[in-house]
Structures are given as C-alpha cells and as structure tokens.
Ligand binder design. Structure first.
Ligand code: CP
Length: 383
C-alpha cells in the first residue's frame, strides 16, 4: 500500500493494492476519522482535494462556545475592580477559560457577537490592550471601530463627554476607553447607554489587566490563598498595581509591595498589603514577582532616577530573584523597559517569565468581558 501524510498526522493519502484511486483519511482533534476516496488517480490532484476537504471540515469543527446561563456578574460596565467581589472575579476567570482553548484553534472565528458594534477609544498610547480588544472582538464576530482620537473633533474643542455621547448616538454595544484622567470611564458610563470598559484611566485603575494577570497566575497555581505575590517598582503612578492589589487580595493572595519610598502612595497602609522599600526583604517567600513600568508620562516636575542606579536597587535580575521562592515566576504588564525594570535575559526566560503568557491571557479575558457585558446589556435593554 502506497501512503503519504499531508499536514503532519491529520491527513493521510493512501492507495490500496487493488484500487486505482487515492483514498484519504482525515482525523481532526477529538473527532472521528473520516475515510473517503478523492476520486482521483493522480497524486497532485488528490492532495489538493484532500487539503480542501480538510480545510472545510476544520471550519465546521470550530469550537461551539457554550454560554454560561448562570450569570454571576450582572452589571453592564467594567470600570473599577473595587466594584467586583470575589465571586464576580472568579466568574470572569472561569468564563475566560473556554476562550483560552478557542484561541489555540487553527480557525479562530465565532459568531457569538455577530452584528455587535464596539468602539476602541484610546486617548493614550497602547499596544497590548487596544490590539487584544480588537482581536477579541473580531474573533467573536463583532465589528470593532478603532477611533483615531488624535485626529478627532476633540482637537476642535469638543469635550470628551460630547464625543462619547456622539458615538453613543450610533448605538454601539461597548465603548472601550483609555484616558489619562482618573475616574473618566465611570463618568462616561453615567452618560451613555453602551457598556463601558475602563482600559486604563490615569494612575487609577486597569481592571482587565488585573483580571488577565489573575488568569495567568490561576493557570499555574490553583489556590490563591496560599500565594505570596510581590508587586515592585513605581507603585504610586501605576494603575496596574492598584487594580492587581484589589483583585489578587480579594482572591485571597498576600501582597507585598516594594518600591522607593517616594513611589509609594500616601494611603498605602490602608490597602491590604505589606510595604517594603528593600527588594531582599520584600521578595522573601514570594511565589510571583510582578514588576512595574516606571510611568514616565505621569512623573512630571520631578527628577527621574538614574536608570542604572534604579536597576541596581529595584530592577529584577536572576540574583534578586533568588530572594524569592525557588522557581518563583516573573510577570510584567508591559511595555517593559529592559535593563531598567527587568533584566532582558530574565524577561525572555520562558522557564521563569510569564510575560508572553500574560499577553495571551489578555485576549481570553477580553473576549470574556465583551461577551459578559453585551449579554448583560441585552437583559437590561430588551430590544
Ligand atoms: N499593559 C498594558 O496596558 O499595555 P499597553 O499600554 O500596551 O496597552
């Protein structure tokens, strides 16, 4: 019997001794194998037929995403982690799980949010958050509009709230907003019908970042209550730190914050954290070391630290990582400044660094957020 594999083990072409025609065997993951004749005597032609058949079967084999009818989170906006209780946080993480496997599929397309309109409104720079919301929306079949806010009528004097109510009149389902003003997402949410997601408001909050960080940690450790997590660096100006402190402590983790005294918020003692200014002491017994970017854009009128001195004292390298638990993992929300906040080699060390996994979890969490909020909004505004 002659045989040939196409696409690794998934398609086999073979010719039995007594047959003139090529046969194909197609085996998709978790599906029964299909055997059929290509109807062709010529190998090249049968390869084409088999690949076409394989491709159409793969599209049919798209994951059917089952919606969880037991909705724990019932609000239509996601603007502050302070609004979330532990059960709601766990609900977001559990809902995101199905999208992790979906995102590993060859064909990543579903019609769960077909016909829905989502606006990305980023008044501050972004790579990860903006693109992952776009990827998330497109994978679920929604239409997403990236508003070029730098070229918008805000430049002609229109207020931000007027811009938002104008876009709201186009009947969008979700507005995703990043803006330097603290609390602006909440204000917008009180003025529009669309769901609002806070994609970062000044130094205040970045809820989807903290949810994706929690999901990344959950993939490695099942139980948050046994975890000691260090959050290190520019705590004062970091919305990621604030949202993570709230989310991770609600899940039961113990948090150490470590940073220069001048970069610790005045109210830090009111937060559920233990405070350190020394990496050696702060990293002791930690399972996770989360590094933060120095938020240069928010440090105005103050002298920036010398980068080399900062790295020596607060930058994470293999030597400082030894102060944490053996095999502790490293995280960074990005964008990272290599050689300032984190040693470049350590950042790329996939045995210790979860940085790329954080990005992947960002898409899954944002798919879950869009799905949950749109479903909730449907229940509020029954059209
Ligand atoms: N972590 C984060 O918010 O990254 P971006 O600024 O690239 O969106």
């Amino acid at each position: 019997m002659k045989s040939k594999f196409l696409k690794s083990e998934h398609i086999k072409l073979y010719k039995r001794e007594n047959s003139e025609y090529w046969q194909m065997k197609i085996k998709l993951p978790k599906k029964k194998a299909i055997r059929s004749s290509t109807g062709s005597k010529i190998l090249k032609e049968s390869e084409k037929i088999a690949l076409k058949y394989y491709s159409s079967l793969s599209i049919e084999n798209k994951i059917h995403i089952k919606r969880n009818e037991k909705n724990i989170y019932k609000k239509i906006h996601l603007v502050e982690t302070a609004d979330l209780d532990r059960k709601e946080i766990e609900f977001f993480l559990n809902e995101a799980k199905k999208f992790i496997s979906f995102n590993k599929k060859r064909i990543k397309k579903n019609n769960l949010l077909e016909g829905r309109t989502i606006f990305n409104l980023f008044f501050e720079d972004s790579t990860r958050t903006r693109t992952s919301f776009e990827v998330a929306a497109k994978r679920l079949g929604a239409d997403i509009i990236n508003v070029a806010v730098k070229d918008s009528s805000i430049n002609k004097g229109e207020t931000l709230l007027d811009t938002m109510t104008t876009i709201n009149s186009m009947n969008p389902d979700v507005l995703i907003v990043r803006h330097p003003e603290e609390g602006i997402s909440k204000r917008i949410s009180l003025n529009v019908d669309a769901s609002v997601i806070n994609a970062g408001d000044g130094s205040h909050e970045h809820p989807t970042q903290a949810l994706l960080d929690a999901l990344t940690i959950k993939n490695r450790f099942k139980n948050f209550s046994k975890l000691q997590i260090a959050i290190c660096g520019d705590i004062l100006h970091s919305r990621v730190a604030r949202s993570n402190i709230i989310i991770l402590s609600k899940l039961g983790a113990k948090i150490n914050v470590i940073g220069p005294r001048e970069w610790l918020p005045k109210n830090i003692k009111k937060l559920p954290v233990t405070v350190f200014t020394d990496m050696k002491k702060g990293l002791k017994n930690c399972d996770i070391v989360m590094m933060l970017r120095i938020q240069k854009e928010r440090i105005v009128g103050k002298i920036m630290p010398n980068q080399k001195i900062y790295f020596n004292k607060y930058g994470l390298d293999y030597n400082k990582l030894k102060y944490a638990k053996k095999n502790a993992f490293v995280m960074h929300p990005g964008p990272m400044n290599r050689g300032v906040e984190i040693d470049s080699k350590l950042a790329d060390d996939v045995t210790r660094s979860l940085i790329q996994e954080q990005v992947a979890m960002g898409v899954a969490i944002r798919m879950a957020c869009l799905d949950i909020l749109i479903k909730n909004r449907d229940n509020v505004f029954k059209h």
